[in-house]
Design a binder for this molecule. Structure first.
Ligand SMILES: Nc1ncnc2c1ncn2[C@@H]1O[C@H](COP(=O)(O)OP(=O)(O)O)[C@@H](O)[C@H]1O
Ligand SMILES: [Mg+2]
Length: 315
């Protein structure tokens, strides 16, 4: 029986960043000089890759806990309450009154977006904030947005080694590196990672290989299982030296925010339930595609029965 099949209180503990997204929709270009322009709509919603992933696995029915850090403010309360409303255990979220919770403002115009992010408490999450007892109650640890977690990043190899000691498996979605340096000890971290979940641009940047095949083969020397997300094309995985692919499903795309995080949710659902690699990839693609049907990362995330209906309909 794999280590992640042992009985635990939680299927997944997510370690990562928390911020709200404020989405402003309208055909406008902002201008300095105190120019006021009107937009058509404004929505405050759950942002941050790690939170969107947590909501995705919770929606698929996995028992989920979250470890992160917020300030004692309205955006921190919004994020904590939003996760708790979805049945996610928030006891591992540290509230630090000396910090401000991060916020992303997205100006959405047709199929293009301008994004401004204030990191706030995200970069202040430290190893000391992590409740090891909570980790020990889960079967699997997922860490999101590695490149935003400035204080935790150097300690990730230790965090992952701790998780393995507690019998958990570990997945990592680094997401984009805003500094575009793509360093920060990623090799050590990957050496302690069971499942690596980059998108294609991130895979190429991290491996410094221009083709997806070469990049997968290079990083496969450190990580046993890698699944790379390829947008509308679907996804490709490498395991035991073999390549596996799955196409996505056709979908009326409204907003692709968080599609990669919903892919991760579906893929890790299959992984934890010992599905075949091909079926796990297919579930990931279905969850990623379905999540694009509505604005924001979580509003259109699939339930298990909805995703399984699409899986059953595949040729
Ligand atoms: N336009 C699309 N049509 C169909 N499926 C999509 C589309 N965009 C994303 N997806 C699905 O969501 C998954 C993740 O999206 P992707 O854009 O590759 O990741 P990320 O958000 O991390 O960049 C894809 O593997 C695919 O299955
Ligand atoms: Mg992503």
């Amino acid at each position: 029986m794999p280590a992640h099949s042992t009985p635990r209180d939680f299927d997944i503990v997510v370690v990562g960043e928390l911020n709200a997204d404020l989405i402003l929709t309208g055909n406008v270009t902002p201008a300095f000089g105190q120019v006021e322009k009107l937009v058509d709509d404004a929505t405050l919603t759950i942002g941050s890759s790690s939170a969107i992933f947590a909501c995705g696995v919770a929606r698929l029915g996995l028992r989920t806990a979250f470890i992160g850090k917020v300030g004692d403010d309205i955006f921190g309360q919004f994020m904590k309450n939003s996760l708790a409303e979805r049945g996610i255990d928030v006891s591992g979220i540290v509230v630090d009154p000396s910090l401000k919770t991060g916020l992303t403002v997205i100006l959405s115009r047709g199929n293009d977006r301008a994004i401004l992010t204030y990191l706030g408490s995200i970069s202040a999450l430290t190893y000391a904030d992590i409740d090891q007892a909570l980790i020990a109650r889960a079967r699997h640890l997922h860490l999101g947005s590695y490149y935003l977690l400035d204080s935790l990043r150097p300690i990730c190899p230790r965090l992952f080694a701790d998780a393995h000691q507690h019998g958990l498996t570990v997945s990592l979605d680094t997401n984009y590196d805003p500094t575009e340096q793509w360093q920060g000890g990623i090799t050590d971290t990957l050496a302690h990672t069971d499942v690596f979940l980059p998108n294609e641009a991130e895979l190429h940047a991290i491996s410094r290989q221009p083709t997806t095949d070469n990049a997968l083969r290079a990083l496969h020397q450190q990580v046993g299982l890698i699944a790379v997300k390829q947008g509308a094309q679907g996804a490709t995985a490498i395991h035991n030296g073999g390549l596996f692919t799955a196409g996505s499903i056709p979908v009326q795309v409204v907003d692709t925010t968080g599609a990669g995080d919903s892919f991760d949710a579906g893929f890790i659902y299959g992984y934890l339930n010992d599905w075949t690699l091909t079926d796990s990839l297919r579930l990931g693609c279905i969850c990623g595609a379905l999540s694009t049907r509505a604005a924001g990362g979580t509003a259109a995330q699939a339930t298990l029965s909805e995703a399984q209906a699409h899986l059953a309909a595949l040729p």
